[in-house]
Design a binder for this molecule. Structure first.
Ligand code: GLN
Length: 490
């Protein structure tokens, strides 16, 4: 039987194309068929780029010298701008926006011959944790179509899990790469703030946003990250420092083996199977000779309220640019201020409006000191606690999410959705890197993720630890399971 090329991992596909064993066009055609077959159900993509993808594949096939990603078929979250390809942010306000330029990450991927096959669904302006807040439709979890894929980069995660792409880009402001990676059984990295250029990422909360990567294994995630990382003069917060070779060093032994785990009290309310999995992971590490240290981490409990003041505050300012004048949708009106109000009333969905309102309130005079300034101080405490912790340990381990993928429509109350981010927002507030790795399954067949945190710019060490753990967990990101769900649906 002919091998299904869409099932190849990213590195495998690249090796086959570069050695001339498979033509890139064949791979792209296989993905087009797979998307045609499954995306009606999964609904990962907002826009497909089929014609351009095929044309580029033919052109790359004819090149004698191919780039490092020739063979990689990728999906990109629809808040990263792509020249000539619609970029909506999952919002009515940008429904027909065609960007005139490429984000730096897109330029870098295409310079290495990657193929961008489509733009993926997200919670509107990346605000949410289930990809149900998209203005267009909700994405489903390929492991169980009645459940959410997580969010806000749920389209990217679902696409990679369902073999509609070999890898993907997302953005992570408070967990939006790591949480959907955990819920879809993938590896997902949120890099250190400044490692990856934000030029061309439509801003949500600029001091927290980072572009991150999804893949079905650690090596693929490291490969993708190595291409997009590195200094960019077009992003003033970009770090001007060399990026280590993640791939060449991946299998080298870890020099440092001290791991911090969260104190029991910080795990109250966590789903019992997730908690049991976390304990099993810690036992695994002990057996491997890691020294385990338990942390009280007093400021962890303040991270969520702190994030939900800082992120909306920055969002309220960033989203002021969507006024009907410069970008996208404009409501009919003969009067200027009425036009602004109508455009924003009709163009934004309710979660985005909630964030703009709370953010504007937290920044307004009279309330600034009580809310924004206090949140900024709490953020400094969190940063300091991480700095102290990373003097004693090399990594901190947590569950990625408090529970596995939840049912669609289950979290109507916004606060219950915000609780999803309990383990992930600390990394964004502190700027440190975080990686989510599949570490097990629930009894009813849903993936569970473990989060590895490290000090600034410790991506290589995180990849090395994840690579080691991946072999032990032996997690099967199994297409058969997914196919069965699909067949039952027929
Ligand atoms: N769920 C968080 C929020 O709604 C995180 C979003 C993100 O990382 N983009 O803000």
């Amino acid at each position: 039987m002919k091998q299904k090329l869409f099932e190849l991992g990213l590195t495998e596909a690249v090796n086959l194309v570069k050695s001339g064993q498979v033509r890139l066009v064949e791979i792209v055609e296989d993905y087009l068929n797979q998307i045609d077959r499954v995306d009606k159900k999964v609904k990962a993509y907002l826009t497909c780029n089929f014609d351009a993808a095929l044309a580029r594949a033919r052109q790359i096939d004819s090149k004698p010298e191919k780039g490092k990603l020739a063979g990689a078929v990728l999906a990109v979250k629809d808040n990263i701008v792509t020249r000539g390809l619609r970029t909506t942010c999952g919002s009515k306000i940008l429904e027909n926006f065609i960007p005139p330029y490429n984000a730096t990450v897109i330029e870098r991927l295409e310079a290495e011959d990657a193929i961008i096959i489509g733009k993926t669904n997200l919670d509107e302006f990346a605000m949410g944790g289930s990809t149900e807040n998209s203005a267009f439709f909700a994405t489903r979890n390929p492991w169980d179509l009645d459940r959410v894929p997580g969010g806000s980069s749920g389209g990217s995660a679902a696409a990679v899990a369902a073999r509609e792409a070999a890898g993907a880009l997302g953005s992570d402001t408070g967990g939006s790469v790591r949480q959907p990676a955990a819920l879809c059984g993938l590896v997902g990295l949120k890099p250190t703030y400044g490692l990856v250029s934000r030029y061309g990422l439509i801003a949500f909360a600029s001091s927290l946003d980072q572009i991150g990567t999804f893949a079905r294994n650690v090596r693929d995630c490291a490969l993708l990250t190595s291409i997009i990382a590195g200094f960019d003069r077009r992003d003033s917060t970009s770090a001007d420092r060399p990026v280590p070779d993640f791939i060449a060093n991946l299998e080298l032994p870890l020099a440092k083996k001290r791991v911090g785990v969260l104190a029991e009290a910080l795990l109250t309310g966590v789903n019992s199977e997730v908690a049991a999995n976390y304990k099993a992971v810690v036992r695994n590490l002990q057996e491997l000779g890691f020294a385990i240290e338990r942390f009280p981490f007093p400021s962890w409990q303040y991270a969520l309220p702190c994030y939900y003041i800082i992120a909306p505050s920055e969002a309220s300012s960033n989203l002021a640019r969507f006024d009907g004048v410069r970008y996208g949708f404009r409501a009919d009106s003969r009067e200027l201020s009425e036009m602004y109000v109508k455009t924003r009333t009709l163009g934004f969905g309710s979660e985005v409006k909630r964030r703009i309102l709370t953010g504007t309130f937290a920044l307004s005079s009279g309330y600034y000191d009580a809310y924004y300034a206090r949140a900024a101080r709490a953020r400094q405490t969190i940063i300091r606690e991480f700095q102290t912790a990373f003097k004693q340990v090399d990594f901190i381990l947590t569950p990625t999410t408090p529970e596995p993928a939840f049912k669609r429509g289950e979290k109507q109350d916004p606060l219950s959705m915000y609780l999803e981010d309990y383990f992930t927002v600390t990394a964004n507030l502190a700027g440190i890197p975080g990686l989510s790795l599949p570490s097990g399954m629930t009894l009813n067949g849903l993936p569970i993720g473990t989060q590895l945190l490290g000090p600034d710019f410790s991506e290589l060490e995180l990849f090395k630890l994840a690579f080691l753990l991946e072999k032990i967990f032996n997690f099967k990101n199994n297409i058969d399971g997914i196919t069965t769900v699909r067949e039952e649906e027929e």
